[in-house]
Design a protein around this ligand. Structure first.
Ligand SMILES: *Cc1c(COP(=O)(O)O)cnc(C)c1O
Length: 427
């Protein structure tokens, strides 16, 4: 099958994420992937700077992860989770409870990050209903937030980039505080918390939960903010009887430099969502973790049951590979490696600061961001990166990377040089 042929067939029948079926640039067929490399069908090998949207932290085709799936496959690929259980789900749940902030004790599995967020929002609403406060159904979110693409999740995404106007008849209306202004490790400015504080003061009787991405706002702006904001948010939630939902779907499993970004503020949320890197990029799986207070309150009163149950809940193949991925992560000094990547990204991207079209360069953990003054042209830019041997997929004004943790210094250099050259070519 030639490259050309696949591209044409793809165009005829496949609809890609966030894309037009009429007016779209060619997509690149991938034949296989190994380590940090994607092998395209024209034979070229390119370094994956995106870890397939935060997921492939150990790189591709890892022997231990392959083995976990193969071994589970001979036992069972799937069984329903209503009324049945299995060791892979129990082992994974125990591991997640062990490594996440202390107060999180119960694990609800689902298929994708967006669904894990839907589950979290429903838990918060059922919690207050069980406590005799059914009027607390609104959510408080932050501007520049991204929490997924299903309708409930969209309703807590940034109202502008989340296209709330287009869907205004179906999206629930929620409250949005200003995005945190103080940079990560920047000097804390008291006014940063005032918008959140004011909304809580005025509307806490209607608000079930504050949902936020701890420290790293991902797809809504790739912004790293002060851990002090997170500490203050936790305190305010307690003060105003509002649950705190931490969306660690992008940040979880070491990406920010901590195993979970909540650790930067030393806080424990009431509900936490994980996904993306949970399976090391092998299978689609997500989880919503809750405190015993949340689970017991919902279970004790009102309906007495939590009203959600995905068909593929706790899929054994996905649970097995997730456990293998977490064990693999914990078995080596991942923190040292992520810190090394952070230093190398900082070094490699520093020269971008001199370019006239670059507004900001920021790095945290294994995430590097170059913010431009104008949005890039998605027709031409991905191909420019591929030509230079790397896979980088910008959105809007943001050219960013979050490579697999196994990436070597020389490969990171190639990645950073390509970012510099392509961005420079836009001046
Ligand atoms: C990707 C992402 C989601 C949605 O996850 P999907 O698996 O794409 O549904 C939610 N929240 C955050 C912070 C994410 O990065």
């Amino acid at each position: 099958m030639t490259n050309n042929n696949l591209t044409q067939r793809d165009r005829a029948s496949v609809w890609h994420p966030y894309s037009s079926t009429i007016n779209a640039p060619d997509v690149f067929p991938v034949e296989s992937a190994s380590g940090v490399y994607l092998k395209l069908s024209d034979g070229s090998q390119i370094i994956d700077g995106m870890a397939s949207w935060w997921c492939a932290i150990h790189g591709y085709n890892h022997p231990l992860l392959n083995a976990a799936i193969e071994s589970q496959l001979t036992d069972m690929a799937h069984v329903m989770f209503g009324g049945l259980t299995h060791a892979p789900a129990i082992d994974l749940a125990e591991k997640l409870v062990e490594i996440t902030p202390a107060s999180l004790q119960k694990v609800f599995f689902s298929d994708s990050g967006s669904v894990a967020v839907e589950v979290a929002l429903k838990m918060a609403i059922q919690y207050w209903a069980a406590k005799g406060q059914p009027g607390k159904q609104k959510m408080l979110s932050l501007r520049q937030a991204y929490h997924g693409d299903t309708l409930g999740a969209m309703a807590v995404c940034d109202p502008v980039t989340g296209m709330h106007t287009l869907f205004n008849q179906v999206l629930s209306s929620n409250y949005f505080a200003d995005a945190p202004g103080t940079r990560f490790a920047g000097e804390w400015r008291e006014q940063d918390i005032s918008s959140l504080q004011l909304l809580l003061e005025q509307h806490h009787t209607e608000i079930a939960a504050l949902i936020l991405e701890p420290v790293v706002q991902g797809a809504g702006g790739m912004w790293f903010y002060s851990a002090e904001y997170l500490r203050r948010a936790r305190t305010l939630c307690d003060e105003y009887d509002v649950l705190l939902i931490a969306d660690e779907i992008a940040t979880g499993f070491g990406r920010s430099g901590k195993l979970f970004a909540c650790e930067y503020a030393d806080i424990s949320p009431d509900i936490m969502c994980v996904g993306k890197a949970l399976t090391g990029g092998y299978m689609t799986l997500a989880a919503t973790l809750a405190t015993n207070d949340v689970s017991e309150t919902i279970s004790d009163e009102g309906e007495g049951v939590f009203m959600h149950g995905p068909t593929f809940m706790a899929n054994p193949l996905a649970c097995s590979v997730a456990l293998a991925s977490i064990n693999l992560l914990l078995a080596y000094d991942w923190k040292k490696k992520v810190t090394l990547i952070e230093a190398e990204l900082e070094n490699g991207l520093a020269k971008c600061r001199e370019l006239s079209n670059v507004v900001d360069v920021r790095v945290l953990g294994a995430i590097g961001v170059v913010e431009l003054d104008t949005p890039v042209d998605m027709y031409t830019i991905p191909a420019e990166f591929v030509k230079r041997g790397v896979w980088v997929r910008p959105f809007g004004k943001l050219v960013y990377v979050m490579p697999p943790y196994i990436i070597e210094a020389a490969e990171l250099n190639t990645l950073c040089d390509a970012m510099y050259t392509v961005v420079k070519g836009l001046t």
